[in-house]
Design a protein around this ligand. Sequence first.
Ligand code: PEP
Ligand code: MN
Length: 350
Amino acid sequence: MLVVMKAQATPEQIEAVCAHITQLGLRPHPLPGAQRTAIGITGNRGEVDRGNLESLPGVAEVIRVSKAYKLASRDVKEEDTVIRFAGTDATIGGEELAIVGGPCSIENRDQAFAIATELAAAGAQFFRGGAYKPRTSPYAFQGLGLEALKLMAEIREKFGMRIITEALDKESLELVAEWADVIQIGARNMQNFSLLRMAGRLSKPVLIKRGLSATMEEFLMAAEYVMSEGNYQVILCERGVRTFSDHARNTLDLSIVPALKRVSHLPIVIDPSHGTGRRDSVLPMARAAVACGADGVMVEVHNQPEIALSDGPQSIYPEQFARMMNEIEQIAPVVGRRLPRGIHVAATAR
Ligand code: PEP
Ligand code: MN
């Protein structure tokens, strides 16, 4: 159910409606929009009695949301969600594109700083690096853990770039929330519902990668888990799905971009690195991602991919990252977007 407030509804009226919903044993989710505030209701098993709600001051109408996902739906919030990072001009969603680059795994200080230096010089606003790695083999490199989080905090301090890194479980989630700016939930954990709920109780944005065989609805239901706990700062990330195609590691499903834009207000970024598994396919698919309306691109970059501890074959060289930025900068205006270069950080936010 969704309570649509009148455009001129006061904050007190919105609060009173939320209090009423809470009194019914349900959970209110006030989502302010440009024109009006809508209040999503979750926790109801059947229909909510709309009579009383409709008569409260400031309420325009009470409507049923028929989709399985509610808070992620455009029915609840018409405008695109824009995620902001306090004290900076970096955003994810909205007119400006978000470009994320960095190694699959943080391997050591020299590697992390060498890559970060090049990415900052090319104008990246976001840095990614794995600290906790979900590896197919238990014998493969599992990540440096907290040491990697600390290195990335130093990178944020030095270059201003905001940090995105994956949390695998409860323990790493708490640490990632403490040290990083965006919590990444990996493809293999997209349906780890208890992890999603835990992330929903935190106040950092959550980037959810599409599961290896997840439908769009399942993908949006993962976002719904996070949002149902009160964290509405969710970013979706398409990273390829499993198909019969064998020319690439996965099939990057760019057609999900317009499909998601139709039904959801959440930002969607594209990961052409995991999406193709091939260095030579990353730039073409990054260009296509921007052309089809994605809100950003996340790519793996390594200064020495030949000896990378994970995902070397799909990691691009820093020079390729710089070229990708130039290409994206030219494509962006064709689709009404802009590529910001570099991040501006207020002194107090450092
Ligand atoms: C990653 O981003 O390094 C990663 C492991 O991605 P995914 O969960 O999409 O496989
Ligand atoms: Mn990787």
